[in-house]
Design a protein around this ligand. Structure first.
Ligand code: BGC
Length: 740
């Protein structure tokens, strides 16, 4: 096709959003003088110690399921002898807040009272879906479920509570958010992301970071956030955790870089590196990713921490270094500022040797230490590194639990509802079955109390499973429970008998808990045992509701047809049981929408922002979610039918609740660039907002698009905008405009 192509190359810095001026005050230079003064007094050993991070296990032993005991000799060896600047993790399972106060106080006592320069330790932890390593911490829906709420205010409030509870334990640094994109459903960390779309992940990720850190990170209710895992971790070619990704540079910038750029723009304090490789370059060894892009393009000013053991992995697994010493040199020179070693002093000793031998310049060490000290100052650790005793009252407040319940209710997504089977009347006789019906762990997933989240015995007894919540709602007498299998054959005749007595069967399907590599799977299909369970129940001819509790979209096969209604629960967190019962029985009108494509076939994992040449035949598309009411879209109006590159375009649409009950609707605006020099996606999400409408109520929803929204990454890997026709889609409405 012939047409004039006007290529407008915008400054990469502007589009990617990173620049020094945009950093928040907490990361600005007010502490620079203190940092420089301290740095000038530090020996090489002290500096390299600052760059070393050890796991808590090295300096402690577990006392019981809820507490650890510090080994003073080992702690002194770490902090006094080796000047270790950071410690992480929980030592195996969540500790009580009192125990955390003891741990942090003991560590900071040694750091500030027994060392020459009194530099406090920065303690880091994975508060992934709430303060999951603090006993009684508020455990929210996992990130992909939070994205399903379409409610940015919710992520902000959940982030605030997570920061407050984490800091209440005396811990000032959180290894979250995960900003990879869920574009490979096999990947076992799918649920830690904000879904498949870069815009959605950017909005949720940046909001989370902004609130974690607040205006001032020294505030005792804020923490330093850590964007991770930079970059390209989420799309291993095979779907297996920590295996290679192949991502062309243009695609990297079009999709995967965007959420990190958004977090850098709001001044995220730290960044954790992808354990694996992109295009054959382990990211821990890549100056291109860690300096050229992260620092020079995104303008990231915080410090970079390795992931677990990943400097060792450069020689042990990736084979880009011949030995440990070389691995340390490569990664430090590539831009890693702190090593999550995590078990010994190998990094520390090798780095001292490398600097002494002139193989790593002192200027590089100073740069890394400067960045780390800056964050420690910004967190206020030099003024007070101790937990605040009264902050304990901030843990699991009634307000936090109420918000958690709201988040769980708003994430739940109604995927199918034939003949309006749902909501159920509360006088029904119900069969509840399936492997996820009576467990709390399966609603929380990994990163809950333990790394794998599988210690059901450590979950709070007062939180309700789906079964318990249904019993509480309609009376235990109306509920028959028959356990169902995850993946083993079971007695299907027995369940058929019970099903025949019921008015409706609620079958809770899904996955056991998992986290990282142990969650690898070879088959995306839901196990046969679960499909057979559903199949058996259909023979009883009772209406069947399937509830899905899973960390990734397991293919449903026959279940998608056989179930009359399907409710996606994701991993809804501690209040998930109550929230699901509320949706099933109509106390809550579901309002979540899929933040990822729910695929139908193993051989067809096409994503929603596909190209014109690709067929999109998912089980359910990205953005899908039903309601108990109906929303009508009309009067899609554009402020202009022709705009210039610098003009803003205002788009409005009327949304009316035409059903008989109130409901929330996520209004989504998609854009299509009709023709451009790089094949355009069929549609891309550009804006969304959640509205709450009473029956009969109408709202005019308005969005504004600007140049950035119309741009894409061109053939030369630079941002471009090309004139021509664009199409806007909202609900069933569409309209075109021309960019002149
Ligand atoms: C994970 C990170 C996590 C770190 C510390 C690693 O195995 O990949 O996401 O922050 O452990 O627990």
């Amino acid at each position: 096709m012939q047409r004039t192509i006007m290529l407008i190359i915008m400054s990469v810095m502007v589009l990617m959003g990173g620049c020094a001026e945009s950093l928040r005050p907490s990361m600005q230079s007010k502490e620079d003088k203190r940092v420089e003064k301290l740095l000038a007094h530090m020996t090489l050993e002290e500096k390299v110690g600052e760059m070393t991070q050890l796991t808590l296990e090295v300096v402690s032993k577990r006392k019981d399921d809820r507490s650890v005991e510090i080994n003073m000799e080992k702690l002194r060896e770490a902090i006094v002898t080796h000047h270790v600047g950071s410690i992480l993790n929980c030592g195996g399972s969540a500790n009580t807040i009192d125990n955390w106060h003891e741990i942090i106080t003991t560590i900071q006592d040694v750091a500030t009272k027994e060392t020459r320069l009194a530099i406090p330790v920065i303690y880091g932890i994975d508060s992934i879906h709430g303060a999951n390593y603090i006993v009684d911490g508020t455990l929210f829906p996992q990130n992909f479920a939070i994205a399903a709420t379409g409610n940015v205010d919710l992520v902000r409030r959940a982030s605030e509570i997570t920061a407050m509870e984490t800091r209440a334990a005396g811990i000032p640094w959180n290894f979250n958010p995960v900003l990879g994109l869920a574009r490979n459903p096999l990947w076992p960390r799918f649920y830690e992301t904000y879904g498949e779309d870069p815009y959605l992940a950017s909005i949720f990720g940046a909001a989370y970071v902004e609130v974690q850190q607040g205006e001032d990170m020294s505030d005792p209710a804020r923490v330093a956030a850590c964007m991770k895992h930079y970059l390209g971790y989420s799309v291993p070619r095979t779907g297996k955790d920590r295996t290679p990704a192949h991502i062309p540079d243009r695609i990297l910038r079009e999709y995967f870089l965007k959420p990190f750029a958004a977090a850098a723009k709001v001044g995220v304090a730290t960044c954790m590196v992808n354990s694996s490789e992109i295009n054959g370059l382990p990211v821990h060894a890549s100056k291109y990713y860690l300096i050229d892009i992260l620092r020079n393009e995104l303008g990231f000013e915080g410090f970079v921490v390795s992931d677990w053991n990943d400097i060792n992995n450069l020689w042990q697994r990736e084979k880009v270094a011949a030995n440990q010493r070389e691995a340390v040199k490569i990664s430090v020179m590539a831009g890693v500022d702190m090593s999550m070693v995590p078990y010994d002093y190998s990094f520390t000793n090798h780095l001292i040797d490398l600097v002494t031998a002139g193989e790593v310049p002192m200027s590089r060490i100073d740069e890394a230490v400067r960045r780390i000290l800056k964050v420690k100052f910004a967190l206020g650790l030099f003024d007070n590194p101790y937990p605040q005793a009264d902050a304990k009252a901030n843990l699991a407040t009634a307000g936090a639990t109420a918000l958690n319940l709201q988040a769980a209710r708003e994430c739940i997504t109604l995927l199918k509802n034939e003949n309006n089977l749902l909501p159920l009347a509360s006088d029904k006789k119900v069969l509840v079955t399936g492997p996820t019906a009576d467990l709390i762990s399966v609603m929380n997933g990994g990163w809950t109390i333990t790394w794998q989240g599988d210690r059901e015995d450590l979950y709070p007894a007062e939180k309700l499973t789906v079964l318990e919540a249904i019993q509480a709602k309609i009376g235990a007498g109306n509920v028959q429970y028959v356990p169902g299998p995850f993946d083993q054959a079971s007695d299907l005749n027995a369940i058929l008998e019970v099903a025949r007595q019921a008015d409706v069967a609620i079958v809770c399907l899904g996955e056991k808990t998992y986290c990282e590599t142990p969650g690898n799977i070879d088959d995306l299909n839901l196990p046969d045992a679960q499909k057979n369970l559903v199949e058996a129940i259909t023979r009883a001819n009772v209406p069947l509701v399937a509830v899905l509790l899973e960390g990734r979209p397991r293919l449903l096969g026959s279940v998608a047809e056989q179930a009359d209604a399907i409710v996606m629960g994701y991993l809804p967190g501690q209040e998930g049981g109550v929230a699901i019962a509320d949706v099933l029985f109509g106390d809550v009108n579901p309002s979540g929408k899929l933040p990822f494509t729910y695929p139908k076939h193993t051989g067809d994992l096409t994503l929603y922002d596909r190209k014109n040449s690709e067929n999109y035949q998912p089980q359910w598309p990205f953005g899908h979610g039903l309601s108990y009411t109906m929303f009508k879209y009309e009067n899609l109006v554009l402020s202009n039918s022709k705009i210039g590159v610098e003009d803003a375009l205002t788009i409005s649409v009327d949304v009316t609740n035409t059903g008989t009950r109130s409901g929330k609707e996520i209004v989504q605006l998609y854009l299509q660039d009709m023709v451009r020099s790089v094949t355009p996606p069929v549609r891309q999400l550009k804006r969304f907002v959640k509205v709450d409408l009473n029956s009969g109520e109408k709202r005019i929803v308005t969005f504004t698009l600007t140049k950035d929204d119309l741009s894409f990454i061109g053939e030369d890997s630079l941002p471009a905008v090309e004139p021509g026709m664009f199409k806007v889609y909202i609900g069933d409405q569409e309209a075109e405009f021309e960019l002149m």
